[in-house]
Design a protein around this ligand. Structure first.
Ligand SMILES: Cc1cc2nc3c(=O)[nH]c(=O)nc-3n(C[C@H](O)[C@H](O)[C@H](O)COP(=O)(O)OP(=O)(O)OC[C@H]3O[C@@H](n4cnc5c(N)ncnc54)[C@H](O)[C@@H]3O)c2cc1C
Length: 242
């Protein structure tokens, strides 16, 4: 292990242990991290972890040592949190999710970011793919009660989308091809007239979809920038965003 990796592990990053691993669908795992560090986390819904999953693997480049995963749910009192990791990418993150085992130690840093739950609107439209589903569940649970919520959660196989941590299905699932910006725009046009009061859009996952929908909402529907929250989780030409 390099000097920098050692510093990362011992000084910079927090430590936890994998206490549960469950296959959520053919393309996603739930991974529960347990540890004292989790009791002290200052959790804001929409936060994520930068995880040093490649630390100690000499064959990986520095860029391939870290991947970001959203906090799906947390129980600070009991000192655990849950992540949901999609495996379509087949990169080091996907490989790690498939191979990690209960009892493994993980190193992470909490990141707040800016894709957080904002309860200031009356209605919401929530859009994303399998990789963003757990993050969007966390947002959906923290935008306040009695809000109007429309949603488009999509994947090439609908069966790979999984329920929220409580076993419920609060968001609408669609079977769509990769990069389905045109299909989503057609659905948005149907949904928008029914949304009441101040509306916020949350869009996460495939960067191509984030860009296309942001452009559509701003340029064609004249939405204000502050009404549109986007977070690219992955880009077909890049590895490991953030
Ligand atoms: C703030 C933030 C939070 C995130 N939270 C989550 C989360 O909760 N769960 C989660 O699964 N991911 C999440 N991601 C994405 C995650 O960090 C990794 O990018 C993802 O797991 C791919 O990593 P990898 O090492 O497997 O593939 P990489 O080495 O990064 O990429 C390999 C190839 O796969 C492609 N690819 C990447 N993701 C996908 C995909 N979903 N479908 C198809 N092709 C893909 C890439 O474009 C690249 O060509 C988040 C990203 C960010 C920025």
């Amino acid at each position: 292990m390099s000097f920098i990796e050692n510093i990362l592990k011992t000084v910079v990053l927090d430590e936890a242990t994998i206490s549960e691993k469950v296959e959520l669908s053919a393309a996603a795992y739930r991974i529960r991290l347990q540890g004292n560090s989790i009791r002290k986390i200052n959790f804001i819904p929409g936060s994520f972890l930068k995880m040093g999953i490649g630390i100690g693997k000499a064959e990986l480049s520095m860029k391939d040592k870290i991947r970001s995963y959203s906090i799906w749910d947390i129980n600070k009192e009991k000192g655990f949190l849950d992540l949901a990791i999609a495996t379509h990418s087949n990169g080091i993150g996907s490989q790690w999710a498939k191979e990690c085992q209960v009892g493994d130690t993980v190193y992470f840093k909490l990141k707040k970011g800016n894709f957080l739950a904002d309860a200031s609107a009356d209605s919401y439209i929530i859009i994303g793919d399998l990789s963003a589903l757990s993050h969007l569940y966390a947002i959906n649970k923290n935008i306040g009660k009695n809000k109007q919520v429309a949603s488009i959660l999509y994947n090439q196989q609908k069966s790979e989308l999984f329920p929220d941590i409580n076993g419920k299905f609060p968001l609408d699932f669609y079977e769509l091809p990769q990069n389905p910006s045109n299909e989503i725009i057609a659905k948005i046009k149907e949904i928008i007239p029914s949304l009441k009061g101040k509306t916020i859009a949350y869009i996460a996952g495939d960067s191509r979809v984030c860009i296309a929908l942001n452009n559509f909402l701003r340029q064609e529907l004249n939405w204000e920038t502050k009404q549109i929250k986007t977070k690219p989780f992955w880009n077909p030409e890049k590895k490991g965003l953030e």
